[in-house]
Write a protein that binds this ligand. Structure first.
Ligand SMILES: [Zn+2]
Ligand SMILES: [Zn+2]
Length: 324
């Protein structure tokens, strides 16, 4: 029985047979490579891993009091990061097989809402207080609505998920841009409605680019004194060291508009804004659940065992979350 199965059993009502089997599975795991009379941390609701007990006592506590809620990664009992990653590696072959359907799922989680209703905040009817999706999110859903039609009647793949898969193959196998161009040219002729596909990698990238997350390019002084940003966005040289922002341009020189359009920057910072990334994470069912775990599923009994129990986290919550 794998750990996930045991953990599922432990979520059954106590003291059912399923729950007892879960407790046994847990103890077998905790005692792997240990002598039978070793004492282990008791993960029951009352001991909260603070006390070392014998196997029989831990069993008794888990049956009578129940397992600590939210103790899902058994860190006190040998389920370390190394253990988890070793197990993942074992599983990865099967996972790879599922890659295609996962990719499909990912695209579909995001699309799911498009077919039915507007994606967010429509539950409370017209008098709702919170606004609907902002323009950027709406544009994303529009894109999904437009591109998420089957490639041809009866085809399981939509144009968009097809392109996502193709891009995935391209990057995992390190195909050149040209090889993808060549493939697209053949596909255009080979499959029904092939003409609907983009003709080149660049065209495909435009469509996929809206799905993915772009970054901002911000020019930087070559000596890293400052960013050419906000009030300094249209400066031509660094206000601190005087070095020119542009290649092949003397320092402390201001360019004309025309010259600026042709100039190329000496140094560029790529900035990946966090907000759109968080939004995208919340659009996916599973990652959204993981992101909400700290509030919805974490045991809140005053004991300190997760960063979310800390004063710092609470401070951020009180500052940011309540300002609605
Ligand atoms: Zn206990
Ligand atoms: Zn500078």
């Amino acid at each position: 029985m794998d750990l996930e199965a045991i953990k599922r059993l432990l979520r059954s009502p106590r003291p059912s047979d399923e729950y007892l089997a879960g407790v046994k599975g847990f103890l077998d795991f905790a005692y792997m490579g240990k002598k039978a009379d070793t004492k282990i941390h008791c993960p029951c609701v009352k001991c909260v891993n603070r006390f070392l007990l014998k196997r029989d006592d831990v069993y008794g506590h888990l049956v009578c009091d129940g397992m600590l809620l939210g103790y899902t990664v058994w860190g006190c009992h040998g389920e370390t990061a190394a253990y988890i990653s070793a197990n993942k590696r074992k599983r990865s072959k099967g996972e790879r097989k599922n890659l295609n359907s996962n990719m499909h799922q990912l695209v579909h989680d995001a699309f799911g809402n498009v077919d039915n209703e507007p994606p967010v905040n429509d539950r409370d009817g017209p008098n709702r207080l919170e606004p609907g999706p902002d323009s950027e999110t709406q544009a994303f859903f529009d894109l999904l609505g437009g591109e998420d039609v089957p490639l041809w009647k009866g085809c399981e793949l939509s144009k968009l998920s097809f392109l996502v898969l193709l891009f995935n193959i391209k990057s995992t196998n390190k195909w050149s841009n040209k090889s993808l161009n060549d493939l697209l040219a053949v596909l255009q002729q080979a499959i029904p409605n092939g003409k609907k596909l983009p003709r080149t990698f660049a065209e495909a990238k435009k469509i996929i680019g809206k799905l993915g997350l772009s970054y901002e390019r911000i020019h930087v002084c070559e000596q890293d004194c400052q960013l050419f940003w906000k009030e300094k966005e249209s400066d031509d040289f660094c206000s601190i060291c005087g070095k020119s922002r542009w290649k092949n341009t003397p320092d402390k020189t201001t360019l004309t508009k025309k010259e600026r359009r042709k100039a190329s920057p000496k140094k560029v910072l790529r900035y990946f804004p966090i907000k759109p990334r968080l939004k995208r994470l919340f659009m996916h069912k599973e990652t959204a659940a993981a992101l909400r775990w700290h509030d919805e599923e974490r045991t809140k009994d005053g004991a300190l065992r997760h960063p979310a129990d800390s004063e710092a986290w609470k401070h951020i919550d009180s500052k940011q979350l309540r300002q609605k």
